[in-house]
Design a protein around this ligand. Structure first.
Ligand SMILES: [Zn+2]
Length: 361
């Protein structure tokens, strides 16, 4: 049974979250923010410190490392464990102050830097699984960055475990830390040749013990509506307000299906994420998700038809529909291919690690 010290992994995690690694969706650079390299450099130093000599980082902010096979067996596939170092652009990642609540007793946790932020079991039932354990939160002013520094910390701690326990036999273990996952660029500059792994597992998000063996494809769609602008004093029967057309398109979307709030599991959906505009011109940004490429196509066609039919009720208005294919399409396809071949190394049902000391979640 693997034994991991909860204090060690908590310290490690809290060390990593304090490094600001927020990515930036408006940047076309790789990485989108230079500061993501700060954590990469720290990880590299720590990998060297463990005695892992085959480790490097590159100009794009990726960190690659290998724990060489210590098995006599030949032809063991190299397996990669991957996590992303960046945090989401939605909320600040600067000056993160993690707080370790050593014994979570189920009472509300009020975050000190913003007392309107309260963690309650009624809002987050998952917290119940961690009663009497340690819980780490942000101070309230920033993201914590557990997505995905918990994955980074888990991989680093596992690496240390393998280095310190040579009696545990394994093939080549490849470690990959990527930048820019939160802005859809996580795989943009990854060097698969250099990585040299036949299989890979990403440690990111989800409840402890869950494993996902496929992912959706995510596209974007941008609807642009052009209205007809006339001076309001002379507008009767002439003016067409693009904002009202955009509102009508949103209102025409189904209410009880085809959205993240009304679907689950492998059901696809469309999801408006931003509306911008003035009376003359308005845009609606959507994300479009499905587990098949044919499904994605159908969502685009359906959305376009709803928008076209709606705009037709506003003579003079003109609409453009742009399907925005994302990088995720490719990773989805690759994931499915592996899954369908069923060639994954066998994985075992998750069991709680046997912690020594106080259990920490
Ligand atoms: Zn993530």
């Amino acid at each position: 049974m693997i034994q991991i010290s909860p204090d060690n992994i908590a310290d490690r995690f809290m060390r990593y979250v304090q490094v600001d690694t927020q990515s930036d969706p408006t940047s076309s650079a790789h990485p989108t923010t230079e500061k993501q390299k700060d954590l990469g450099k720290l990880l590299l130093k720590e990998l060297f410190g463990m005695g892992i000599t085959n480790a490097s980082t590159d100009e794009f902010g990726y960190v690659y490392a290998t724990i060489p096979s210590n098995s006599d067996k030949k032809n063991i596939p190299a397996i990669c464990f991957c996590a992303h170092v960046d945090t989401a652009p939605d909320c600040s990642g600067t000056n993160v102050k993690p707080i370790l609540h050593r014994y979570y007793d189920g009472k509300d946790i009020i975050l000190p830097d913003d007392t309107t932020q309260v963690l309650r079991i009624s809002d987050s039932p998952y917290l119940k699984n961690h009663l009497n354990s340690g819980v780490i939160t942000t101070s309230g002013a920033t993201l914590l960055g557990a997505d995905d520094k918990s994955g980074v910390a888990a991989i680093m701690e596992a690496a240390l475990y393998f280095i310190q326990n040579p009696a545990v036999k394994h093939g080549d273990i490849k470690i990959l830390f990527t930048p820019d996952e939160e802005v859809g660029q996580g795989t943009a500059k990854v060097d698969m040749q250099k990585l040299g792994a036949q299989f890979g597992y990403t440690l990111d998000g989800g409840e402890a013990g869950s494993l996902e063996d496929e992912t959706f494809s995510a596209d974007g769609a941008l609807i642009t509506v052009h209205g007809v602008i006339v001076h309001p004093g002379y507008a009767k029967d002439k003016l067409v307000n693009a904002l009202k057309v955009a509102a009508a398109i949103l209102d025409a979307l189904p209410k009880n299906e085809w959205s993240p709030e009304t679907t689950e599991k492998r059901e696809g959906f469309v999801h408006p994420t931003a509306v911008n505009g003035i009376a003359e011109k308005a845009t609606i940004q959507f994300i479009v998700r499905d587990f098949t490429l044919a499904g994605l196509q159908q969502h685009h066609e359906r959305l376009k038809k709803i928008a076209t039919d709606t705009v037709a009720k506003f003579p003079g208005a003109v609409m453009e529909y742009a399907a925005q294919e994302s990088l995720c399409r490719r990773s989805h396809t690759a994931g499915r291919a592996y899954n369908e071949e069923r060639k994954h190394p066998r994985w075992y049902r998750w069991q709680p690690f046997q912690f020594y000391g106080n259990a920490l979640s």
